[in-house]
Ligand binder design. Structure first.
Ligand code: ADP
Length: 187
């Protein structure tokens, strides 16, 4: 199963990805988590990404494309993977298509988790209390939401055009969202 989870910050991509990891026995590839680990380890990539992420802007396509291409070559991705937070721009989606074609892999589905923008701000502010994420504060969240609508939302039409898009209502309880995703990918 090769899946992309698409949706605005706070829609529940990370939560659902973790559940699907155990359900399908495939890894979650979260570019956000990989970048945060690089920041914690103070690697050159982490140092370059930190300020950009703290503002809620997007790290360069070159950096994230490199992360994903390298990660897809790991043995654990053979049975499949769940991409969470990538692609986030049309050029990233183009780069992903190219990488997958080169690696002889195809996507099974792109699941869009939809959510009401007001609820998203509240959810992310709430998450900030536990997460220690520098980008989980109200101003940065608003910027992340507008970056999402400008740069990432166009991917919905991109994947609809490829016949891969499935939309799931992310405003339902967590287990109902999971059930909806499972139904969507098996159709
Ligand atoms: P969320 O889904 O809550 O927005 P993520 O953990 O996916 O959070 O991403 C946090 C930050 O990491 C983003 O705001 C961005 O700066 C950076 N980032 C993650 N994935 C990408 C990507 N594919 N392209 C560019 N920047 C990214």
């Amino acid at each position: 199963m090769r899946l992309i989870l698409l949706g605005p910050p706070g829609a529940g991509k990370g939560t659902q990805a973790e559940i699907l990891v155990s359900a399908y026995g495939i890894p979650q590839l979260s570019t956000g988590n990989i970048l945060r680990a690089a920041i914690a380890e103070k690697t050159p990539m982490g140092l370059a990404a930190k300020e950009i992420m703290d503002r809620g802007d997007l790290v360069s396509d070159e950096i994230v494309n490199g992360i994903v291409s390298e990660r897809l070559d790991h043995e654990d991705c053979k049975p499949g993977f769940i991409l969470d937070g990538f692609p986030r721009t049309i050029p990233q989606a183009g780069a992903l298509d190219k990488m997958l074609a080169e690696k002889g892999m195809g996507l099974d589905a792109v699941v869009e988790i939809t959510a009401d923008p007001d609820v998203l701000v509240a959810r992310v502010i709430n998450r900030a209390k536990e997460s220690n994420r520098a980008d989980d504060n109200p101003d940065v969240i608003r910027n992340r939401l507008s970056v999402y609508s400008e740069q990432t939302a166009p991917l919905v039409e991109f994947y609809r055009g490829k016949g891969l898009l499935k939309s799931v209502d992310g405003m339902q309880p967590v287990d109902e969202v999971t059930a909806a995703i499972r139904r969507a990918v098996h159709n």
